[in-house]
Write a protein that binds this ligand. Structure first.
Ligand code: NZQ
Ligand code: ZN
Length: 392
């Protein structure tokens, strides 16, 4: 196991009707003038926005609001949010929604205490200060409620880029699984795919002797394989929703990845798809991740056998382990298909002829990525080609 620091300072407030405590937690973490930030309307329709406003009012906390965050959030709204925060002397941002709203909030939080362009933080500059953030989560997916990461798309050139800082970790995140019951099945499945992908990015490691994190990873993956079909069949299954919601947090706050090298190439390769086609990030991952696995499994066949046997219930073929490795990848893709995810370019709405554009935007040039297997532009092209034609 490698040396590591683990820092996860967020207070998680989990369970039914806990959003009614939003005001209490904003107050606890020093907020007196809040920007409530939300998406395209689901929190208005569900009544969540009004309930949260009531809770702030009850604590005597004033607020301004900014809705309209799109999935794959854009820089334009982040600039608007920064303007509002500066003009209104906002001292706390409350995100109501999923990864897109939380990530937009993080961009606003960093940009509001900075004189330059907030995009600098998405181009390599380290965040030095940020307004505190709170979250009321409405979809189990990105894990932004427990991470220090934020992913935003710059309209000019449709560049989807990330930043990461412990300063962007939410002060508190309210997780009420019942709030996810209004999600369409497709969106639920996209979230489940993203959660599994966050684990796989850490599971495929070159670090040896990491039994504890291997087993934690497998616990999250097994939970997702069991619970996702249950919520697709019955969207109101609170207990299954609860397990998925906590799995989404555990998958991405860093816990299952400590002390081991990680990959993250599937995420980078996917981000170009959601930037170009504005598809859901989870749907893009469903197309990319099994294809990446097919391309790299020979690097460590036994690790893929471990996934196949422990997560997807394959029988180990001791005479020819490669058969087991390949079967595990096949079962992963079939699982994704069974929950309604696309598995190739056509089903995603992507075009094979755009592959050179996707590779170019990824920007590796003559260089290489890091990760489980280091990739060149040529490797990435081949992964997109596998993804374009993938079948069950
Ligand atoms: O905008 P509204 O009307 O709220 O609708 C949203 C949106 O259309 C809807 N939705 C959310 N909760 C709902 C609901 N509809 C009905 N009932 C509810 N309870 O779902 C749609 C998708 O929401 P979004 O926030 O985009 O989903 P997700 O959480 O998957 O976030 C995706 C974004 O997060 C980034 C992705 O790249 C993508 O931009 N990621 C962020 C990460 C992070 N910050 O740590 C890591 C991830 O790997 C990921 O890259
Ligand atoms: Zn993700």
């Amino acid at each position: 196991m490698d040396n590591f620091n683990f820092y996860s300072p967020t207070q998680f407030v989990f369970g039914k009707e806990r959003e009614g405590e939003a005001g209490t937690y904003v107050k606890k973490y020093g907020g007196s003038k809040v920007l409530i930030h939300y998406g395209g309307g689901s929190v208005v329709r569900s009544g969540l926005l009004d309930r949260v406003k009531d809770s702030l009012t009850k604590e005597g906390i004033s607020f301004v609001e900014l809705g309209g965050v799109m999935p794959n959030p854009r820089s334009g709204l982040v600039y608007q949010g920064i303007d509002i925060c500066k003009k209104e002397s906002v001292d706390f941002i409350l995100a109501l929604g999923g990864g897109s709203v939380i990530d937009s909030s993080k961009g606003i939080a960093a940009g509001s205490l900075y004189d330059g362009d907030f995009w600098d933080f998405y181009s390599g500059k380290l965040v030095e200060k940020a307004l505190p953030i709170g979250v009321v989560l409405t979809i189990a997916a990105a894990g932004s409620e427990g991470s220090g990461d934020s992913v935003v798309t710059k309209e000019e050139g449709m560049l989807k880029r990330a930043t990461s800082s412990d300063l962007l970790r939410p002060k508190f995140s309210i997780l009420n699984p019942a709030l996810t019951q209004t999600l369409p099945a497709y969106q639920t499945a996209c979230g489940a795919t993203d959660i599994m992908a966050h684990v796989f990015e850490r599971y495929f490691t070159n670090t040896l002797e990491v039994e504890i994190t291997d087993r934690l990873c497998e616990a999250v993956l097994l939970t997702m394989v069991k619970e996702t079909p249950r919520v697709i069949a019955d969207p109101n299954n609170y207990e299954a929703r609860a397990n998925i919601m906590w799995a989404g947090m555990v998958a991405h706050n860093g816990l299952v990845g400590v002390g081991r090298s990680q990959d993250w190439n599937s995420h980078s390769i996917e981000h170009e798809l959601s930037a170009l086609y504005d598809c859901a990030h989870g749907a893009g991952l469903a197309v990319i991740m099994p294809s990446w696995m097919e391309y790299v499994y020979k690097h460590n066949i036994m690790r893929f056998c471990q996934m196949a046997t422990r997560v997807f219930g394959c029988q180990m073929n001791f005479e020819n382990p490669e058969v087991t490795a390949v079967e595990g990848i096949k079962r992963f893709r079939s699982f994704l298909h069974s929950i309604g995810m696309p598995i190739n370019f056509e089903e995603l709405g992507a075009k094979e002829e755009d592959i050179p554009v996707l590779v170019d935007k990824l920007g590796l040039g003559d260089g290489k990525t890091g990760g489980f297997v280091s990739l060149t532009s040529e490797d990435v092209t081949k992964i997109y080609e596998i993804a374009a034609k993938a079948e069950i």
